[in-house]
Design a protein around this ligand. Structure first.
Ligand SMILES: Cc1cc2nc3c(=O)[nH]c(=O)nc-3n(C[C@H](O)[C@H](O)[C@H](O)COP(=O)(O)OP(=O)(O)OC[C@H]3O[C@@H](n4cnc5c(N)ncnc54)[C@H](O)[C@@H]3O)c2cc1C
Length: 214
């Protein structure tokens, strides 16, 4: 693996225990790709989807702090000027042309933010699942999608969000035409449940593209 030495530009909380880490230099990538990140290449490395746009001046990832995890407690303590290491961006979770639904839970929103910021939001609907109202990071940016941006909140209610889990929303909502693709990103549980639900509702397997955070 080729490691690039990077400088942290900013590390900030965007929700309880969720951090946004921005670093440079910008390495060329396609929206939807990921990088390995390490504090020290010989030690623990983990994968993170890029949340920044292809033309942003720096690269951004978002991560959940796992209190007893190996890497994220160290990442959470980084500050501007710290050194980290990034792999060359890779992965094939690309937004292909054509209409699609983007479906994410938690930090699985990252590749879709990258796609939106890279100008790939046309003909797309974004469905984001989270437990609390504060779980909908970047909602101010996604509001540019109008009624094609749906937040499914499982543990709090508010007029701006659908009350319930993302899978309940998908079960109750008419699905679009057969030309639509479905991009799923998040936990294995969400991806498997959503994939099975879509298939049971007549979506063909080939139309479903998944990125699992494990
Ligand atoms: C393609 C891909 C993209 C990803 N993108 C993102 C992203 O954009 N944002 C994001 O937040 N995450 C993402 N992830 C997940 C990320 O790579 C890390 O797995 C995550 O950040 C946890 O790393 P960690 O080293 O802090 O925790 P780990 O050390 O990996 O531990 C994870 C959890 O498992 C528990 N654990 C560890 N070892 C054991 C054990 N032996 N027994 C029981 N429990 C144990 C820990 O307590 C912790 O809660 C992605 C994963 C993949 C595969």
């Amino acid at each position: 693996m080729i490691w690039h030495t990077c400088k942290v530009e900013c590390n900030r909380l965007i929700a309880p225990e969720v951090f946004e880490l921005t670093f440079s230099p910008l390495l060329p990538f396609k929206a939807g790709q990921m990088v390995h990140i390490a504090i020290e290449p010989k030690n623990t490395k983990r994968l993170y989807s890029l949340a920044s746009g292809e033309n942003d001046p720096a690269m951004t990832v978002i991560f959940d702090l796992r209190q007893s995890g190996q890497l994220t407690p160290l990442l959470s303590r980084l500050s501007a000027g710290s050194t980290i290491y990034s792999s060359t961006p890779h992965g094939s979770f690309f937004a292909k042309p054509g209409p699609a639904w983007w479906i994410a839970t938690g930090t699985g929103i990252a590749p879709f933010r990258s796609m939106l910021r890279s100008g790939l939001g046309e003909d797309k609907k974004l469905i984001h699942g989270g437990r609390f109202l504060e779980s909908f990071y970047y909602s101010e940016e996604f509001k540019s999608m109008g009624n094609q941006y749906v937040r499914c909140c499982s543990q709090q209610q508010h007029e701006s969000v659908y009350a319930g889990r993302l899978t309940k929303y998908l079960q109750e909502t008419p699905l679009p035409g057969k030309d639509y693709s479905y991009y799923l990103c998040g936990s294995a549980e969400m991806v498997v449940d959503t994939r099975d639900l879509l298939i049971s509702r007549g979506v063909s397997f080939e139309k479903i593209v998944s990125e699992i955070y494990f």
